[in-house]
Design a protein around this ligand. Structure first.
Ligand code: NAP
Length: 529
């Protein structure tokens, strides 16, 4: 969410043109569903005397200087980045501002860009446009993709460190936190992350059994992921058909009999985990209701709330329709926010039939019938082989991105982190830009100070080593072949792309590509443009 001071802005429009995802509009051209942002933007800036420019306060994003590399040793600064999501790509971007630097990006899947491809909801195509920037970064001199290579399986940390000055892990937080209550092993239970992976065509989740032949879905937890999932489950499938949603998910959604998705939170409205922009987006596109008891809770919270953002969220909640007054014959499935519900157990014989909650802080039991119960209670980082791990926080212990050995309190030489595995699972795609920049500043300072060991070989040696360990490694041209094939499949159906959801199908595109003479490929690419 970007705030533009309506008084200081001179309307030059430079930011509108520069925004890589087209997310900035002149106020006169805001799409209807984004009009609430005019008031939200205005209320961000404190009232001050007319004509006085905004003072440089902490509200302004700090501009950090680029990390200047001072070449030393036989090889140019060579960095391995593990993972290819936003934190990885922003780190590469920062490193490649410096001449001569080499960046090798290692990714487990044959396709790059992490959660932008597999996490961002398919109805948020504009957010996915950030991949254009990532494509541009990946075309820079000094950048190399090593896709379909798993660090910890094909290569170890020690292997990477041998061939690079430093290894930066931007591998994210793959798994979600599990809810330890009875019944979560029944069929018809799962996690929001699994569903997100399923509808986004992540190969690990393509075969997920998702049954929507019942009337209600309950999602436990009310963060932004819960909102994404609820929105997709209640969206018009014909609209989703114009996105890059996985075909298998679209087919199940077309046959869905779900009428209501309940987003159940254990605390009250004032503690809702979703963010203001996501709530605005949801209420502008879906039918969202509250029951009378929760409307009363919202009113109570509004009477005491102090912070502006939370007040704005509560004001939106207060305007939502009521469960009871909603039309008896809803034309489309609705979403219901429910509060003060602590999950106790999932009930069912062979599969989930209901969730039992207690009203938080009491013994009162509430039961909600549901054929699908999803938990959406946050992600948790996965330990990285050969690096220390803080299991409670779900992160690799670090100071400003330098990995720290908790036993000695000293940095682990050559090891760095960025993104969710560094700071925990919070923030937006853009949060990773400043986060990665700070890590890179530390890394470059260590390099300039001579604290990083020289790699044993240059770029060709790295490529030889990786090919020996994983012959099916995919480079930038291979990814381009997969990308182009997906886009071509999408063209035929007027969609941005139709994803391959199985690794062998992706590999087949790469093989086809390398079998065809270069000229033919170029002609194909030109035709597709
Ligand atoms: P989240 O924002 O941390 O929300 C987790 C939810 O789970 C909270 O409501 C929390 O309630 C609840 N919870 C935790 N433990 C629980 C338990 N034992 N029983 C019941 N409820 C429990 O997590 P998230 O939705 O997975 O999002 C992760 C991050 O990704 C966030 O920073 C989010 O903003 C970001 N994200 C952003 C977007 C976007 O910008 N469009 C989309 C998706 C994700 P309490 O508050 O009571 O603990």
């Amino acid at each position: 969410m970007l705030y533009i001071d309506p008084d200081a802005c001179v309307d030059c429009g430079a930011c509108v043109r520069a925004c890589p995802v087209g997310a900035i509009y002149p106020d006169t051209q805001l799409p209807a569903e984004q009009l609430p942002f005019i008031e939200i933007n205005k209320s961000y800036y404190p009232k001050r005397p007319e004509g006085v420019k905004l003072p440089p306060t902490s509200k302004l994003a700090p501009i950090l200087p680029a990390a200047e590399v001072h070449r030393r040793g036989r090889h140019p600064l060579t960095v391995a980045i593990v993972g290819s999501g936003p934190a990885a790509m922003y780190a590469a971007d920062e490193l490649l501002t410096q001449p001569g630097v080499l960046v090798n990006v290692f990714e487990k899947l044959p396709t790059p860009y992490g959660l932008v491809r597999a996490g961002v909801a398919p109805d948020h195509q504009r957010t996915k446009l950030v991949t254009r920037l990532f494509d541009e970064i990946s075309r820079r001199r000094g950048f190399n993709f090593f896709l379909n290579v798993e660090v910890g399986k094909h290569l170890s940390h020690a292997d990477l460190l041998e061939y690079h000055h430093a290894v930066l892990y931007a591998s994210g937080a793959l798994h979600d936190r599990r809810l330890e209550i009875d019944g979560m092993d029944l069929a018809g239970t799962g996690t929001a992350t699994e569903l997100v992976g399923w509808y986004n065509g992540h190969p690990d989740f393509a075969d997920q059994p998702v049954d929507l032949s019942h009337e209600r879905v309950v999602i436990v937890g009310n963060g932004n992921v819960a909102l994404d999932v609820a929105r997709i489950l209640t969206s018009d499938p014909d609209k989703l058909a114009g996105t890059d949603i996985a075909d298998h998910a679209l087919a199940v959604l077309r046959d869905s009999r779900v009428q209501e998705v309940v987003i159940a939170a254990r605390r009250g409205p004032v503690d809702s985990a979703f963010t203001l922009p996501e709530l605005v987006g949801l209420t502008q596109t879906a039918d969202v209701v509250l029951d009378a008891e929760d409307h009363a809770r919202v009113r109570n919270d509004l009477a005491t709330v102090r912070d502006d953002f939370t007040r704005q969220k509560l004001e939106i909640l207060a305007k939502l329709g009521s469960v009871d007054s909603a039309s008896a014959q809803p034309t489309r499935p609705r979403i219901r926010f429910a509060y003060q519900l602590t999950p106790a157990r999932v009930i069912g014989e062979n599969r989930a039939a209901a969730v039992e909650f207690t009203v938080t802080g009491t013994d009162e039991v509430r039961r909600l019938d549901a054929g699908l119960v999803l938990t959406s209670i946050g992600y948790h980082g996965t330990p990285i082989a050969d690096l220390p791990f803080d299991d409670a926080a779900g992160v690799v212990p670090n100071e400003g991105g330098r990995v720290i050995d908790p036993a000695t309190g000293q940095p682990v030489p050559g090891a760095y982190v960025s993104g969710w595995i560094k700071r925990g699972t919070n923030g937006f795609i853009g949060t990773n830009k400043s986060d990665s920049l700070k890590t890179i500043q530390g890394l470059v300072a260590d390099y300039n100070a001579g604290q990083l060991s020289e790699p044993i070989g240059g770029p060709r040696a790295v490529a030889r080593m990786v090919h020996a360990r994983q012959p099916e490694v995919i480079d930038a041209a291979g990814w381009k072949a997969i990308d182009s094939a997906e886009i071509a499949r999408g063209d035929a159906q007027d969609r941005p792309r139709v994803k391959f959801t199985r690794v062998p199908d992706m590999l087949e595109q790469v093989e086809d590509y390398s079998d065809v003479p270069l000229l033919q490929n170029l002609l194909g690419a030109l035709r597709r443009r």
